[in-house]
Design a protein. Structure first.
Length: 85
């Protein structure tokens, strides 16, 4: 299964909207304080950022259903994501 990205939004495999991909502070993930291989801390807004390269679709969907404001690092090279035009 894949998550679809369309117009800056993430949708599950059924087309359910999950999250807008946007950082209001425009912080680069490389500039964040690493907590682990999978998690970083944004020092601008003091929020945890989850690296989706280490997560399954199920993990991402559950995380966003629990807290839609969860911050994510999304890589277009991750095969779990499908970019739609």
């Amino acid at each position: 299964m894949t998550l679809r990205i369309r117009d800056g939004d993430i949708y599950d495999h059924n087309g359910k909207w999950l999250k807008k991909i946007a950082c209001p502070k425009a912080v680069n993930y490389r500039d964040m304080k690493r907590i682990s291989d999978q998690i970083a801390m944004c020092q601008q807004c003091e929020r945890v950022v989850h690296d989706t390269d280490f997560m399954s679709e199920t993990d991402i969907v559950e995380l966003l259903e629990d807290d839609p404001q969860t911050c994510l690092k999304v890589s277009m090279f991750n095969p779990i994501f499908e970019l739609e035009a």
